[in-house]
Design a protein around this ligand. Sequence first.
Ligand SMILES: [Fe+2]
Ligand SMILES: [Fe+2]
Length: 453
Amino acid sequence: MNSGKKAQLSLYNHQFFAVVLNLAIKNHSGLEVLKFVRTKHAGQRVMVLVESVEELKKDNLDGEKLRKLGATEVMVKPFTLDQLRDVLEGQQTIDDLVKNIAKPTGPTEEMEVKETDANFTKVKIEEFYTGRAILFDVFIQLGKDKYVKILFAGDTFSIERLNRYKNEKGVQFLYFHNTDRKKYIQYCNYLASKIITSVKVSGQAKVKMMKATAEKLIEEVYSVGLKPQAVEESKQLAQNMYQLIENQPDLYQVLREFQEFDPNAYTHSYSVTLFATAIIKQFEWQSKVMIETTALACLLHDVGKVKMPKELVEKRPATMTQAELEIYKKHPEFADQILSNNLMIGQNVRQIILQHHEYFNGTGFPNGLKGNKVLSISNIISLCDDFVHFMIAEKTSPPETLKRILVDSDLVKRYNSLILENFIKVFVDPGKISKNRALPSNSRLVPNKRAAS
Ligand SMILES: [Fe+2]
Ligand SMILES: [Fe+2]
């Protein structure tokens, strides 16, 4: 409809899954309608459509402001119907998903299928999470392009059955269609948000569950691009991460024992997120927003690599040719380009990601920034990025890996020393950290008292 007044009237009389609101609507402005929805229909999803970013700027608006005014999503024209569908799908809740599970048609006995491996994604059987109702078909692999469907969407989940596959048949991985990955991510994220503050669930189990979510989420982004639903889920994951960092008393112990030697790019982003947010927590200036922003930036920090040739993604810079290295060094800027198309990602996250390979001593890239020109959060990510690569390459425990960095004077210069100091604290029982301990610092984050006097 093309009248704001009519839209409001309709909202009185009907329930909608989502309202798609053109900001340029006539007869009662889009902003008025947005205000109306926020005050009278709190919780209603609203997708706001805008003519262009320039138009928005003219009205002194941007994505963040619109969100504060009640927009769930902001889309800039032109967009295709597919893109609109993606955005709407991203807004489905778990309840919507469960309601829409396709009921099994025909037999639900095991069924052999021939289908290309490229259509499937896998999870370790012990890391597979599902609710009582299976949201999608689940398979085990028999051989190349050959699978058996073992669970059907709509089936009731049985842990006994899964254990039989694991223990009696030695099955290590479960498979599902790439097109169902979104549902899996959404379900894991939802489950994590439910258990994250529970004292009955161990810190280790929480860290593992979030890892399962993050890996599939990053895989989804690498395979289909950064769709609105992935942004939404990344934000949820960042919130879950904050809860973990804030409320898990034995986190230092879990992080000490964290073992991850998988060089896979998806796993990498999660490990960086985990350690970087734990470091932020040690700073006096930390806050909920800061931790969530860091988590989001960490999850997406290497998104620019989707613009690199596939064979370069898993390669380490030390083994690259000069030409390859040049492309690799562009990935922070590629990320910035990708993120600039997304109004739901703030400027601060883009800035952090753009600098995630800059070093405190100016030897980083893309701009060779130095000292406090490098954002502290970016320097934390660059440290964690190096740290995770060392941990995997040398198969050392997290505390050993940190020690290895601390004894190398060339490496130490790359990072603000206050950050390194706070990294040490990540592995120490918080109850045993003396508040007044002061170590020498090369940091300009904290004013140098002697210089000031
Ligand atoms: Fe990177
Ligand atoms: Fe990285």
